[in-house]
Design a protein around this ligand. Sequence first.
Ligand code: SAH
Length: 465
Amino acid sequence: MKKCVTFDGKTISKNQEFVVEIEDLTAEGAGVAKLDGYTLFIKDAIVGDKVRVSIMKTKKTYGYARILEILEASPDRVEPVCPVAKACGGCQLQHLSYKAQLAYKQKKIESCLQRIGGFTEIPMEPIMGMEEPFYYRNKAQFPVGYDKNGAIITGFYAGRTHTIIDTSHCAIQAKENDKLLAIVKEYMKECHVKPYNETSHTGLVRHILTRVGFKTKEIMVCLIVNGDRIPKSEVLVEKLKEIPGMTSISINVNKEKTNRILGDKCITLWGQDYIEDYIGDIKYQISPLSFYQVNPVQTTKLYQTALDYADLKENEIVWDLYCGIGTISLFLAQKAKQVYGVEIVPQAIEDAKQNAKINGITNAEFFVGAAEEVLPQKYKESAGIMAADVIVVDPPRKGCDPALLNTILQMNPQKIVYVSCDPATLARDLKILCENGYNLKKVRGCDMFGNSYHVETVCLLSRIK
Ligand code: SAH
């Protein structure tokens, strides 16, 4: 790594100090400042801050700096609720007021649609914020380790590392976790159960997974272990089952040398194999391995918006692509004639079918496979019978496969509802759809992950007649 750079005749070198004003925030929530045209990225700085910084890394036209001192704080700056907010990799924006976080997310969507999508008039609706941007996550996976005094700690990884930050209380996780973690640590100490060490691949407990049903109040605890059993499991069970709402206690076997958190096999120690929870009126069974949205309150708002945008009639056929465990599909099935869901992970489709069954939903059918392969194939096979009035897509961050966009265009639905977790790929895909016969009618952000830089978006496109 070069220690200095010459930009516009001036030398900027590592450890050199500057006073700068923050003008913007990046898509990942870092502050942006200019040094006579040279761009600096500064973690934990926000628009309106005047800060003294020290250069950490220099590239040709931009560099990275860290805050030494806040000389003038932005009016949007707030004290983080969590004492380890800075060190922990979980939240990037706790120092930004929630109102300003929402404005930042709204602008992020808008500017992606302008810059990448080439849209000039954007039918933006106001972003759906959270009533309480804390304690909203229903799922946590705490790594387990030792601190430097040899005490067992649980917490989260520091940004971009595998160093555990001791966080016995996390401000975005369900409040029940504090008690659960304390019990597991007590059990480990009492029964001499060691945390897993990823360097030496020794020790037993790798992670503690917890899930809480926000509506049902059911609680799940699963210890992810480097072995097939845990010693004296009855001691752990005795302690945990006293917690009100405890429904499922299990271990998950993961003996691999891997960054993957969960292994494939779960063994229930006590109670049910799963907990139940609701999104809207639809009930879900959630096992340690199931995918389930982590913020059910905001998810309900997001899917309700998707349903409103789809404005389904009783005789309409809907495709839900990238359907996961069928969350959106089952929401849509309440209004449509028939829903077809497509998802690449077989286990998720198993869950989707089971979820349809426990809710008595009979007009949803699910297929395993890549959406870009299944959709054209089914469409062709059925000679147009599996047509679509509405197509909903909810792809991962990389967005839709071009082959899928092509098939969607061929199927020519009246409406497309695009749910996205990345405004940049959303903008790229909308551009293609709108260059080929669709109009962008509505765009609405939804904050599912308060205090992080992430934002979900739902858009309505309608076919130009
Ligand atoms: N709509 C779902 C999940 C959306 S997340 C929900 O709300 O719960 C995106 C999903 O796309 C994941 O479940 C992922 O497994 C799936 N996926 C990724 N690539 C895919 C592909 N090529 N075809 C179909 N599904 C895919």
